[in-house]
Design a protein around this ligand. Structure first.
Ligand SMILES: Nc1ncnc2c1ncn2[C@@H]1O[C@H](COP(=O)(O)OP(=O)(O)OP(=O)(O)O)[C@@H](O)[C@H]1O
Length: 315
């Protein structure tokens, strides 16, 4: 195993005059699960495509498993497994035929391929459906098949672009268990996700916005970042009335219903404690007994939203 599965320095990509990715620096260590976050269009897929060698950067340096992607793309690509957002296997072929084809394309020795396919059918819970057409399989199985195909040549690095979008909770959990298992074996895994609960499963995260990484670190470090508008939680026996009351306050920027409570965010710059006191008194005057927790536990989404808003305000 190489020391640094993925390393990128100063990577940029322009499409005409539009800069989809710029100043992109990234290191993913052996055994690390690294999460790339960002809104739609932030540049995650473009970045991953460059790291995988399927799109040439306009500038910068990339090494994968110690191999220079720009000088020796073929060898670098042979160390990579890449699962794209969309299902890219052949729907008309069976699960087994897809694995045979992919293994061949990746150059797996025919003598080894049969055994590896048998192992992956077991590992990815595809045994029993291996002779069904891939297009007829449920999405969770299709995703498992795509990951199985990407691992047949035993890469050092795995790229997963939104691997769990659209699949059911059990399939999501199974996929994450597999990711941990692969990382425990020393693989570097780079995953993009829109799900904040899944982002918390990563060892480190980077948040992209308009083509740049604007923040990064462990989930714990991100959760501890100071916020201009920290969240509050509001409980009230009359959930509907309290929700409407909160939504009508001009100082309240966002009201998110949660089971049995509301999570709110105030406009930047307000003192949450002072606002909570005043709001409790004001609501009481209107017959609503609010219980406001001005130090509600952070969620990763709070931090991500705050960081994106800060960037927008600065732009
Ligand atoms: N081939 C291309 N030609 C022109 N613009 C492109 C091309 N590929 C991507 N872009 C633009 O680059 C920006 C980043 O796109 P990208 O697909 O990398 O975002 P993303 O973060 O992966 O978003 P999503 O979560 O929707 O996949 C977008 O504005 C997109 O329209």
């Amino acid at each position: 195993m190489p020391e640094v599965p993925i390393s990128a320095r100063g990577v940029a990509r322009r499409f005409g005059s539009f800069e989809a990715v710029r100043d992109f620096d990234l290191d993913v260590a052996q055994g690390e699960v690294f999460g790339l976050l960002g809104a739609n269009g932030a540049g995650k897929t473009t970045a991953i495509r460059m790291l995988c060698g399927t799109l040439a950067p306009s500038a910068g340096a990339i090494t994968v498993a110690g191999v220079d992607m720009l000088r020796d793309a073929r060898r670098a690509r042979s160390r990579i497994g890449y699962v794209t957002q969309r299902f890219t296997l052949y729907g008309d072929l069976t699960a087994r035929e897809n694995l045979q084809l992919q293994g061949g394309l990746y150059g797996v020795e025919p003598a080894l391929l049969g055994e590896r396919i048998a192992q992956s059918l077991q590992r990815f819970r595809l045994a029993g459906v291996e002779d069904q057409r891939a297009a007829a399989l449920p999405l969770g199985y299709q995703r498992g098949l795509a990951v199985a195909a990407a691992l047949l040549h035993q890469p050092d690095v795995l790229f997963l672009d939104e691997p769990t979008s659209g699949i059911d909770p059990l399939a999501r959990q199974q996929l994450w268990e597999l990711v941990y298992e692969l990382a425990a074996g020393g693989m570097g895994v780079l995953v993009t996700t829109h799900y904040m609960d899944e982002a918390l499963f990563c060892d480190r995260l980077a948040l992209m916005e308009r083509g740049r990484i604007i923040a990064g670190g462990t989930p714990q470090a991100l959760l501890a970042m100071p916020l201009a508008a920290p969240p509050l939680e509001v409980r009230c026996d009359d959930e509907a009335a309290s929700g409407a009351w909160l939504a009508a306050r001009p100082e309240v920027r966002e009201v998110l219903p949660r089971a049995g409570r509301h999570r709110i965010r105030l406009q930047s710059g307000l003192d949450p404690q002072a606002w909570a006191q005043a709001a409790t008194a004001q609501a009481a005057g209107q017959g609503l007994a609010l219980r406001i927790d001005a130090q509600a536990p952070r969620e990763l989404e709070d931090v991500v939203v705050a960081l994106l808003e800060q960037q927008e305000a600065a732009a």
